[in-house]
Write a protein that binds this ligand. Structure first.
Ligand code: ADP
Length: 401
């Protein structure tokens, strides 16, 4: 069974084609700069170790997807004899709101709900919909399935998802915590259950997805019970360019006292805050750690704030969970950054975490395993995420029902 996974942004289409017989990736790639004024779209298509780059004509997502399908059957760089060999398409959809608590086959009612949630996910749902509509146009004969980023977090209890604001904000305007990165947290929790040899229903873990976007989930008996991101992905941990938690009064303060519009404040909190805002030069952990080594004080502060917020949330989640089998780190920083991981584990010493330096240095490039000592009271694991594979597995499960 071939499952085609599609993840559309406003000017990009990321794709992976899975052979579900062995869950291998037959081809993957990305088209970027779709519809950008004065720029041509760029395709990067990868088969095994072979990377092919092309400038292509794609003014919109339909043209981009048509081109990708052409590449998949191209005799020179393709991997399929015909696009009819694609059995289903799995779409990443960011905001499912309250109605979408699980993966589902896309029909007009699902499209309506994704539209309805565009007000909650204005940056993501409209491009996700463009991708769905384009893919349904160019692949009309196959089932299309939506996998929602918010779905795994739909088990949060009201005490975790309600904000203490006028109740009408929730009942009338749907203001509540939804959470994001759910597909990643779910994949990582399933992997961790396997690695620890525990049934998922008995797994108690804290999963931290630390990439450009960062979020953390408290998981009790296999179900998400709290999460750091909120109504939007802005809340919680410090991220590459997002502030994470701030006093909400700062927004009106900056509007009133700095002459910024509400939109300008929102943009600053999303695009020029976080590691970038604090360091004033980069949102990338690698750059920051290099600068710390060279004695850059702003980079040092940025990394300290980043680690401090993570440790603080782990402490909070430790308090609310029935027990903690492990803290699990994933995402670009969690999977690769030896220094950031070591600072996080050191910060958890009060909870009984003890770093194993050798394990920390050895667990890289897609490897998984503990980075704490065998006698560490609180084990910290690295488990690489794979959101695309989770989407492919979900899609297969839905179309096999
Ligand atoms: P995204 O959230 O955009 O998918 P990633 O999960 O790829 O991002 O994470 C990006 C972050 O991971 C960046 O801060 C980057 O510096 C960090 N990162 C990636 N590789 C390494 C590495 N080898 N060492 C340290 N940090 C890394």
């Amino acid at each position: 069974m071939n499952i085609f996974v599609v993840n559309c942004g406003s000017s990009s289409i990321k794709y992976q084609l899975f052979d579900m017989a062995d869950e291998s990736v037959r081809a993957k790639g990305v088209v970027e700069r779709i519809g950008e004024a004065g720029a041509e779209a760029q395709l990067t298509h990868t088969v095994g170790e072979q990377k092919h780059k092309r400038t292509i004509a794609a003014k919109n997502h339909t043209e981009g997807l048509t081109y990708i399908l052409g590449v998949l059957v191209d005799p020179a760089i393709g991997v399929l004899g015909s696009t009819k060999e694609i059995d289903a398409v799995g779409h990443r959809v960011v905001h499912g709101g309250e109605k979408m608590s699980r993966t589902c086959r896309i029909d007009p009612s699902v499209i309506d709900v994704i539209h309805e949630n565009a007000v909650l996910g204005p940056l993501h749902n409209p491009p996700n919909l463009m991708g769905i509509e384009a893919a349904m146009t160019v692949m009309p004969g196959v089932p299309h399935v939506a996998v929602f980023d918010t779905a795994f977090l739909s088990t949060l209890p009201p005490k975790a998802y309600r904000y203490a604001v006028p109740a009408e904000w929730y009942t009338k305007h749907r203001v509540r915590r939804y959470g994001f990165h759910g597909t990643s947290h779910r994949y990582v929790s399933l992997q961790t259950a396997k690695l620890l040899g525990k049934p998922l229903e008995r797994l108690n873990v804290i999963t931290a997805h630390l990439g450009n976007g960062c979020s953390m989930t408290a998981i009790a008996n296999g179900q998400a019970v709290d999460h750091t991101m909120g109504m939007t992905p802005l809340e919680g941990l410090i991220m590459g360019t997002r502030s994470g938690d701030i006093d909400p009064a700062i927004v009106s303060y900056m509007v009133t006292n700095a002459g910024l519009s509400a939109q300008a404040v929102d943009k600053a909190l999303n695009k020029s805050s976080g590691l970038l805002g604090l360091s004033e030069f980069s949102n990338d952990m690698r750059d920051l750690l290099e600068a710390v080594d060279a004695g850059n004080e702003k980079a040092k502060l940025a990394v300290e704030c980043f680690v401090y917020r993570i440790v603080k949330y782990i402490g909070a989640y430790y308090a609310i969970l029935p027990s903690v089998d492990a803290v699990v780190l994933t995402g670009g920083i969690g999977e690769n950054s030896v220094p950031a991981r070591s600072m996080i584990v050191d910060g958890l010493s009060r909870l009984g975490a003890r770093l194993d330096d050798q394990r920390n240095h050895a667990t890289l490039r897609g490897a998984c395993g503990p980075i704490t000592t065998p006698d560490s009271v609180l084990p910290v694991w690295v488990v690489p995420t794979n959101e695309e594979l989770m989407i492919a597995r979900d899609t297969k499960a839905v179309i096999s029902q």
